[in-house]
Design a binder for this molecule. Sequence first.
Ligand code: ADP
Ligand code: ASP
Ligand code: MG
Length: 406
Amino acid sequence: MALIVQKYGGTSVAGAERIKHVARRIAATEDKGNQVVVVVSAMGDSTDELIKLAYQVAGEPSERELDLLLSTGEIVASTLLAMALRDMGYEAISLSGAQAGIHTDSAHRRARILKVETRRVIKELEKGKIVIVAGFQGVTGEMDITTLGRGGSDTTAVALAASLGASLCQIYTDVDGVYTADPRLVPEAGPLAEIGYEEMLELATYGAKVVHPRAVELGELYHIPILVASSFSDKPGTLIHGGAPMEVRNKVTGIAHDLDVAKITVVGVPDRPGIAAAIFQPLAQAGVSIDTIVQNASIEHITDLTFTVAKGELKEAMRVVEPIARQIKARECLSDSRLGKVSIIGTGMQNTPGYAARMFAVLSERGINIQLITTSEIRITCIIDEAKVEEAVRTLHRAFELESGE
Ligand code: ADP
Ligand code: ASP
Ligand code: MG
């Protein structure tokens, strides 16, 4: 008897019929003699709707209240799924994240799982029940409810798989696996049969929201292979694991994009020790997470410092940085919130020259201006005008011959 952890995303449980369809898939897994733990997301766009409501009643809703509010989305889905299974004659029980023993730190809206206390889940499994856990949420030592960041149900699933000693975590979504690019943007993109943790982590971190980056991190840390597949088909999906081939024919594995990029440039910064700390320490204290940072070489001890943040954090970042810019006698502070990023990713690019040059040439042929560039060993990212992101992804997908999805 195997223990299987399955996760179903929001689209897969959007509406009564889809919940019943998912219940049938879970029942079929149990019928094969498996113990089943299911993690579920909120139905359809209900998390977005709850956030919208919160901002309709308050200009700056309290993060604690928001977390408690948002956690209800997953509770609705998990209770309905348990009811559907019971109606089909299966023993099932739903548990909130707290009841399932998901303990987190107290960083509301982006909490990290500290430990999973599996006693209750194991007790229910031993009673022969299918256990349905509300994803995306946990509880602090003070018994406050937290959420794990958008898309965080994937992380709940992998954390449970690791703590329960499952040999695989299955993530069921609305696409047939991890594609060479977002299939909503690139119709020719195809699913990959397999991908390594490292490449998947870069893809997810740089915008491929098909799997939450922290779920991939946990999978790698605890050696849990993750299968990403569709809840609407029986196609094989993509296996994310540690043994993916190192040398591949086409050395770019996939393309990620992200439309949530804003840029701040502090112009005319005196180039002396302590300036970067003076800018970034207060930003960190204000909880603003910084993505890319670029500092130009200085001319006559004056330089420009540019960094990017998520669009939703631009206002707060400017509020923090503008007075500092005045204090350090920088010339001015500029911002641009209409940016996006496009990344090419592949372990095969390591130590192989020419990929960056090819990427830049492809973008320039299309008249796409590159504003910032960042790289890792297996990734090259260009920050460009948000209106050009779609065209850039499609063009790069063709240029790096990814159409076959291999
Ligand atoms: P779920 O609700 O099941 O968690 P998400 O909406 O979070 O689903 O993620 C699935 C979506 O991710 C797909 O519908 C697809 O548009 C998007 N996506 C972005 N990049 C990729 C990619 N490389 N491969 C597959 N899907 C991707
Ligand atoms: N419902 C949450 C969200 O929309 C978590 C998830 O779907 O994984 O972000
Ligand atoms: Mg998701």
